[in-house]
Design a protein around this ligand. Sequence first.
Ligand code: NAD
Length: 471
Amino acid sequence: MKNLNKNYINGEWVEWRGDTIDVNEAATGDVIAKVPASGRAVMEQAIESAQSAFESWSETSLDQRIKVIEQLHAGLKERAAEIAETVSREVGMPIKLATGIQAGLPATVTGSYLKMLPDFPFSEQVGNSEVQKVPVGVVGCITPWNYPLHQVILKVVPALAAGCTIVLKPSEIAPMSAYILADILDGTDLPKGVFNMVCGLGEDAGDTLIKHPAVRMVSFTGSTRTGSLIAHAAADDFKRFALEMGGKSASVILPDADLKAAVKGTVNNCLLNSGQTCTALTRMLVPADLHDEACELAAEAVGKMTPGNPLEETTRLGPLASAQQRDKVIDYIKLGIEEGATLVTGGPEAPDGLEAGYFVKATVFGNVKPGSRLAQEEIFGPVLCIIPYQDEKDAIRIANGTDFGLSGAVWSGDQDNAKKIAGKLRTGQVFVNGGAFNPLAPFGGFGHSGIGREFGKWGLEEFLEVRSLQL
Ligand code: NAD
């Protein structure tokens, strides 16, 4: 792939001559790319470029912005196979899933904005006032590694549509799909300086971006720890911010649910992208008298997910994205054993024949105590906690008993009762009896899982200030 030793600033690929960051192939650990460990000076240059481009881009017509987003949409579809393979290599998601999700979702989300934008009310009349929605200014976008292009698109497309200019700092662990995006945007009619991308470490390039006074909003997806740093930094000069952070989501299986289907649905969700999914249903709450049966069904479902080379069409479970993440997950599996949870399947050893790369055995714990660290902390790996509950009230208490509130699920033979229980979960979204994902519905968290929403009109409004003209 070209330009990996460069940053994209003011419409040009700018050579980087300093330290670099290794990008590793998840399945082998081999270095597959070296990208810039850019410092403050380069980040400042990119911010100045976005600042200079703001006035004219903010005054473009919606039609002009839609045209660029259409060109981006076409580019994403054209390069889907390259995107899928790139993300599969750097993150470890099996190629079949990466094709549908890592490459497919960015195009779907971009398409959903193209459908929505022509009718979006950028201005409305309220009595004698014209209420205008105007771009917030220069936006800093900071993204993680698990769905690396999807998370970038969820910020870049609505920010461009709003009339904002952008500096993107992609994840240093999986930055390569962002280079494909910058290359696509370089081939569109986007004016110079509207989109800039600087690759680097969080504490250096990222820190400069979140503290620079010209940046009027930070849109962040990543860990709760970094989100807290961003909220503190933003307070100093009253930047806006939107934070999409971690989760420890509960799948509540009610006594009248189809247990086999509910367990299978939960296991598949929990293991998607080897558990490296912020919305993963990592706590499965089951009636105490169905606990042992649920453990057996979970072990059976996990047994079908043999780990393997993510580039093979038949693989369903890939490695984790980095050595650091693999080691963290293994430590949590050891902790679960120490805390006295029942190891149903899996364990801390590497899967047979997959000692190279960042593989971890898909692991299920039963009889997990709701207050234990295993049940409270985000593991971000293929680890499912099964927690027995006594009655509905107990299930709701356990489901809401973490600092997080990103996602959840309820399974029941009675759809109305499932909806009633879903309405008691303090989370940004709840899947009722396996309801389908909807790219036009708002996505985000309660509590430590986030502030703000992405997707659809809610995602666009994050990038808009409101001005009233009293007429
Ligand atoms: P992370 O917070 O370590 O890094 C995310 C980004 O922040 C990276 O680009 C990193 O370089 C940057 N960063 C780190 N320190 C920084 C600093 N001091 N200043 C500025 N930027 C800094 O997160 P990660 O490990 O890459 O991603 C995993 C986390 O992301 C998990 O907690 C997961 O739940 C969360 N996540 C949330 C969502 C969501 O939509 N809610 C989606 C995906 C992932």
